[in-house]
Design a binder for this molecule. Structure first.
Ligand code: NAD
Ligand code: DAU
Length: 352
């Protein structure tokens, strides 16, 4: 089937895996990647598919209304998968404004352009918004987030994502077009920017630097391999019910300190270091402000209704991830030698 699909944020971590999957699996689709190439966007992530005949890159800042309108005028999109966002919680604490512009205003610009190109539900064009479990706030020691859990965001990042979710539902309801939202737990895997816990830990072990663990490392996250998220997005885009929300998670909860310790062991094996070498780098630092204690997802709806399940076991996924970072040293070096160095100093000098 011939289709033209807009994927925003395709040069980022998750977006690049989604683009690769769609370009390779759907040769009949034209995939347009609209990304502004912020510090987190990297076209190197897409080197293997950049010359594919069904792939187009268009540098676009979604906060710029005119550029977004021009994009929709130049292509007749059959569907949108919206991933572009400011995504790092710590950055949202030091400079929240970008999160408001990109995550809220950027989403509204896309919704406005989409509704002028997709009038009425009969058009069957879908606006699929990729969101996070953080919109639900923080869990105590027990319980799971379901699709009915009330929104209770606690950081500028999660509040901006919650706001964009509300905008998608409100625009869909008011202007009568098809929309879907999915809320996913923590992703990990190749191409993740090394400001996030797992690639930061891998990089610090590799370079013999302290591993900063916030507080006592008691916070819990539910981890999902990025390709399993991309597979869920593919399934939901094609088979999801318009007007529905789907939670996506790995059924894989880890305390940060246990996860970091496991990573240390895998890294020691891979680097041929003595057992226990990397664990000595673990350093407890000042906690993240307003740090959510625990996220955990109930994704039974997605499993039951659409037949999805995670395919990559955590130890295997972490090993693959470590191997990718060790084999792609140049990718990492180029990132850590740029804006990242300044960010790292600001973020971690204060904390240690
Ligand atoms: P990322 O930070 O790696 O990538 C974000 C991408 O968006 C980058 O390519 C960046 O250049 C682009 N972008 C940022 N501002 C833009 C703008 N104004 N205009 C156009 N493009 C812009 O993020 P990620 O981790 O891949 O997350 C992707 C999406 O998935 C986000 O919406 C995030 O909220 C959501 N999400 C992420 C996770 C996770 O664990 N990483 C989990 C659940 C949901
Ligand atoms: O839950 C989904 C969310 O997961 C996504 O919406 C976000 O875009 C994504 O960044 C991620 O948010 P987290 O804040 O959970 O991820 P991060 O990797 O920043 O941190 C994971 C945990 O590790 C968290 O409890 C904070 C802690 N941490 C993080 C860093 C960067 C540390 O202890 N030390 C660190 O240096």
């Amino acid at each position: 089937m011939q289709k033209s699909i807009l994927i925003t944020g395709g040069a980022g971590f998750i977006g690049s895996h989604v683009i690769r999957r769609f370009v390779n699996n759907y040769p009949g689709y034209t995939i347009v990647n609209a990304d502004n190439l912020t510090y987190a966007g990297n076209l190197e992530n897409l080197k293997d598919i950049e010359t594919a005949p069904n792939y187009i890159f268009r540098k676009t800042d979604i906060t710029d209304k005119e550029s977004v309108m021009a994009l929709f005028n130049d292509f007749s999109f059959d569907g949108v998968i919206h991933l572009a966002a400011e995504s790092h919680v710590d950055r949202s604490i030091t400079s929240p404004d970008e999160f408001i512009y990109t995550n809220i205003i950027g989403t509204v610009n896309l919704l406005n352009a989409f509704r002028s190109s997709a009038p009425g539900v009969t058009g069957k064009k879908l606006f699929y918004h990729i969101s996070t479990d953080e919109v639900y706030g923080s869990l105590g020691r027990s319980g799971l987030f379901t699709e009915e859990t009330p929104y209770d965001p606690k950081s500028p990042y999660s509040a901006s994502k919650a706001s964009s979710d509300h905008m998608v539902r409100a625009f869909g309801n008011t202007f009568g077009f098809h929309w879907i939202i999915s809320n996913c737990s923590n992703n990990y895997g190749p191409n993740q920017f090394p400001e996030k816990l797992i690639p930061l830990t891998i990089n610090n072990i590799k370079t013999n630097r302290q591993i900063p663990v916030y507080g006592r490392g008691e916070n819990v996250r539910d981890w999902l391999y990025v390709e399993d998220h991309a597979a869920a997005i593919d399934l939901i885009f094609h088979n999801g019910v318009p007007g529905e929300t789907y939670n996506i998670g790995g059924d894989n909860e880890w305390k940060n300190i246990d996860l970091v310790t496991l990573l240390c062991r895998i890294m020691d094996e891979k680097l041929g270091r003595d057992k226990g070498t990397s664990e000595k780098l673990i350093t407890f630092v000042t906690d993240r402000a307003g740090h959510d204690l625990r996220y955990a997802i109930d994704c039974r709806k997605l499993k039951r209704d659409l037949g999805w399940k995670p395919s990559v076991n955590f130890r295997e996924g972490l090993t693959r991830t470590v191997e990718w970072y060790l084999a792609n040293n140049e990718w990492l070096e180029r990132i850590v030698s740029g804006e990242y160095t300044q960010y790292y100093q600001q973020q971690y000098t204060r904390k240690s």
